[in-house]
Design a protein around this ligand. Sequence first.
Ligand code: DLL
Length: 441
Amino acid sequence: MVAAQGPEAIESASLDELRSVQFMRLKQAVSRAYENVPYYRAKFAAAEVHPSDLKQIDDITKFPFTTRADLNENYPFGLLAVPMDEIVRIHASSGTTGRPTVVAYTSKDVDTWSQLMARSIRAAGGRASDKIHVAYGYGLSTGGLGAHYGGEYLGAAVIPIGAGSIERQVQVINDFKPDIIMASPSYMLAIADEFHRQGLDARASSLRLGLFGEEPWTEGMRAQIEKRMGLDALDIYGLSEIMGPGVAQECIETKDGLTVWEDHFLPEIIDPESGAPLADGTAGELVLTTLTKQGMPLIRYRTRDLTRLLPGTARQMRRMERVKGRSDDMLIIRGVNIFPSQVEAALAHERNLAPHYMLELHRHGHLDELEVVVEARRKISGKLTAAQHNALEHRAEHFIKAFVGIASRVRVVDPGTIERSHGKAKRVIDLRTKSQDAPPS
Ligand code: DLL
């Protein structure tokens, strides 16, 4: 792999040059999807559009959206635009039910991703001479390996610790003296707590810079991290379906939202209810089209992330504002994406539980905890011994761990305890935000 030297030419290209690269790549991407993915061919035909309808960039709004449901319907590999023997990597993230959302990369895709992650780290102030402590999880999720390959591509020294034991994070930071840390913001704060617990001054650590993402965070958290860790905290955004981390990155010069790497992704904002396109500057749902992906190109993918597009500052490319929320019910708990429907499907494996449940999210220290309150079925209610009741809770916890992939605490309650709603059931009580914005301690 070639180490990336300075900024890439496209980063300083004029808007005209950028739009012309985008348009050329957009036409190629839409044609590639049409020609190589039968699902897209059928979808475009149903919407009565053809790649030749693209006469200018804005014509993309004539094309149908791609949604998570489309990925689910084509699970696992139905949306590939290349034969499987050209695929060199597969990642996955949570789907709405038992099926994960699967993504696949060609060797060129992995190179593009590495290049964009290297660009992101550089935009955040990273250099080839830096050591990078990667505390995103390695595995099917894209955080760890995305950061890892990007760091190596930049020519930095990568420390692939992953999201493991917190004591070890502190030890490795102290001993290996990394310059940069890449982690979820809540995990960073938990590491700051661990420094404190060990009687160490986190501000005196070697860390100069942090790239934080994978979950929503706030300016309050940024202030807290910067104060407690004595580093510059930058926002990094991405999603597996589109690539992984490195779709957009905040620049160190301005720290004013995330520059979308528009030469590889075309962003749009839509009204999440009607799907109508919205003008730049208006808040709505982010929709992304991959411009260069070979393995699994996605056209107008609805990210469900709520944000705004703003004009470029540190770069010509447009910025997206810090993600403010989602237009669906996906939750991110310790970096793991969770849909309430997945928990429901897991609980259905236990026949003594009724389908009335509620998820309560707490923050213990700086880490999220999931408590699931679920009703027992009437037929067993009041008939269980304390030991049987405990065993039932443990079985439910086991099913959630096994099918959703997250540790939780289950509380089984009497039938009728959970309030019934008349419209859409309210399944989530999020008690995390208060502590997230707490002033720096
Ligand atoms: O979270 C990729 C990633 C890893 C990004 C590490 C940044 C750093 P997924 O697991 O597919 O991929 O989850 C994607 O996470 O649609 C957002 O809802 C949320 N998300 C990611 N980054 C941010 C961020 C990775 N900076 C989903 N701010 C996305 C807010 C974020 N939300």
